[in-house]
Design a protein around this ligand. Structure first.
Ligand code: FAD
Ligand code: MLT
Ligand code: ZN
Length: 506
């Protein structure tokens, strides 16, 4: 119903092109390869079900299955190098042998990019977890790719700096994974994307060469900015082993409030008002609908709001302020809340303002816990899209209606269709929570959702990436010329097609 002629024509073109781009044939890891890896790495850094190691398959299971338990690989071998040199030697061997490699960080990705499709080798970065340097004057942090995001935050705290990125997966995801997915998260509104705050990268290229672009310069206009290619490449062009990133000064004062709105239509005017009144101290503006809030409460994410505070609310917005002076920031935030409550046509019903660090954390825990709540409730089909802000609700409603019309909206099939996301970034997370992953539900959702997004000229991936999930749908957001140049870049870097095969590009 939403497919324009333009979209249909591009599908036809893509079908033709698919024949011209057959993947190079890849090899399975053998016992001889494991013997070779044993010369590069200590035994403690190798897991392999192949002889002579014969590790139990259950030990490889966390590396073969993704966070949602939706994507499953069949790797026999996981390598956990500690140095860039070790990564380089492993990759060189794999390139010579034609063995596919899946770089893996915290394995929190949500598009099936971090696990093998077949039996590719998993190269896990978790043992590369040292901070290399931090300059408190410039705020530039250089770290191994395997550093966990939360540990970098903890490292920076005594230096009164923060990582310019925050997400619900912070306790597991790694900075190399964040860079490789160009993760957005909860601070993008304030600090912008990693394309701006990452200053340099060290990358092991698919032939094993080490590309050292680990600069700590704010300004460097010496030709093509190659590092940008690896930000968001999802491990298809090389393995990020080191990251140089501009940390931000820690705010002196932070506040947050959860606002209960009578209807979705008020979200946009509220955003305009919040930007106008809070200006430089507005640091997050996160939306979640009533249904997903109820799931958060049901599954113990954050502390439930009082019943009287949420009565009649269709959705919620979490507003965070970060600034330099507590009195000034509180005055501004209170001013906003008062003007919202006193208005003749109030945009909000109520607001729950945090009064202590623990309440601040508890309000954030509701928002950050939505992903986990949805996963605990059932099997989530996650669509991470950019559409015009005014269309957020329309997309959720249209998807719900679609499933209803297919007879799939009931407890044994689809239990919930919910929306939340980063309003400030125009990014909606449409989540369809089902009892099971089934071909019927998938067929009802795809290409329906992608066509809907394309009809708004939106993006089928605002932040999670393409991974294995959306390779077939890339053309809904990228034209033929763009895809062709992406292919050429891929072939240039990785002619044997060993880096994360089957991800991003078909
Ligand atoms: P992985 O999942 O291990 O890998 C992700 C991709 O990057 C894969 O394609 C992998 O091959 C590649 N990769 C990993 N490390 C490297 C490396 N060193 N070199 C080359 N390639 C590599 N995402 C957001 O954008 N915003 C959010 O707010 C957000 N919130 C989340 C909340 C939860 C609870 C969860 C589970 C996920 C969330 N995500 C979010 C998705 C995910 O956490 C991010 O994409 C994260 O950046 C992935 O990091 P990771 O280390 O887990 O990478
Ligand atoms: C979020 O914003 O919570 C994340 O991107 C994860 C998700 O979409 O569930
Ligand atoms: Zn998100």
């Amino acid at each position: 119903m939403f497919a324009s002629r333009h979209v249909v024509r591009r599908v036809a073109l893509r079908q033709t092109r698919r024949w011209a781009h057959t993947q190079p044939k890849l090899q399975s890891v053998t016992a001889d390869d494991v013997a070779h890896f044993s010369k590069i790495l200590p035994a403690t850094s190798i897991l392999s079900t192949l002889p002579p190691l014969s590790t139990a398959a259950s030990e490889l299971s966390p590396f073969n299955n993704d966070w949602m338990n939706k994507y499953h690989g069949n790797s026999t071998t996981v390598l956990r190098p500690r140095t860039t040199q070790e990564v380089s030697e492993i990759v060189k061997h794999c390139n010579e042998r034609g063995i596919g490699i899946v770089p893996q960080g915290g394995n929190t990705g949500l598009v099936g990019g971090s696990v093998p499709i077949q039996d590719e080798l998993v190269l896990s970065l978790g043992n590369m977890n040292k901070v290399r340097s931090f300059d408190p004057v410039s705020g530039i942090l250089v770290a191994d790719a395997g550093c966990i995001l939360e540990s970098l935050s903890e490292y920076l705290a005594p230096h009164r700096h923060i990582v310019p990125l925050d997400l619900g997966a912070k306790g597991s995801c790694q900075i190399g994974g964040n860079v490789s997915t160009n993760a957005g998260g909860l601070r993008l509104l304030r600090y912008g994307s990693l394309h701006g705050s990452v200053l340099g990268l060290e990358v092991v290229l698919p032939d094993g060469t080490i590309l050292d672009q680990l600069t700590t310069l704010r300004k460097d206009n010496t030709g093509y900015d190659l590092k940008q290619l690896f930000i968001g490449a999802e491990g298809t062009l090389g393995i990020v082993t080191g990251v140089s990133i501009l940390a931000a000064p820690a705010p002196q004062s932070t506040n947050n409030v959860v606002l209960a709105l009578p209807k979705f239509d008020n979200v946009l005017p509220l955003f305009v008002e919040a930007k106008k009144q809070l200006s430089e101290i507005l640091s997050a503006f996160e939306f979640f609908d009533r249904e997903v809030y109820e799931l958060a409460v049901k599954h113990g994410q954050g502390r439930a709001l009082n019943e009287e505070d949420i009565e009649g609310a269709e959705c919620f917005v979490l507003v965070e302020t970060s600034g330099g002076k507590r009195e000034h920031d509180e005055e501004k935030l209170n001013g906003l809340l008062e003007s919202l409550m006193e208005s003749e046509t109030p945009l909000i019903n109520t607001g729950v303002l945090s009064q202590s660090p623990s309440q601040f954390a508890s309000l954030w825990a509701i928002r950050e816990g939505l992903t986990e709540a949805v996963s605990k409730e059932g099997k989530a089909y996650k669509y991470d899209i950019s559409v015009p802000l005014a269309k957020f609700k329309e997309v959720v409603d249209a998807t719900r209606e679609r499933l209803r019309s297919k007879g799939l909206l009931h407890a044994d099939a689809v239990k919930h269709v919910v929306g939340y996301g980063h309003v400030g970034d125009g990014n909606l997370h449409l989540n369809v929570v089902a009892a099971n992953y089934t071909p019927e539900i998938e067929a009802a959702l795809e290409p329906f959702v992608y066509e809907l997004v394309a009809s708004y000229r939106g993006s089928i991936s605002a932040e999670h990436g393409i991974g294995a999930m959306k390779t077939h749908a890339l053309h809904y957001s990228k034209g033929d010329v763009s895809i062709e140049w992406m292919r050429r870049i891929k072939t240039l870097f990785d002619p044997r097609g060993i880096m994360n095969p089957g991800k991003v590009l078909e």
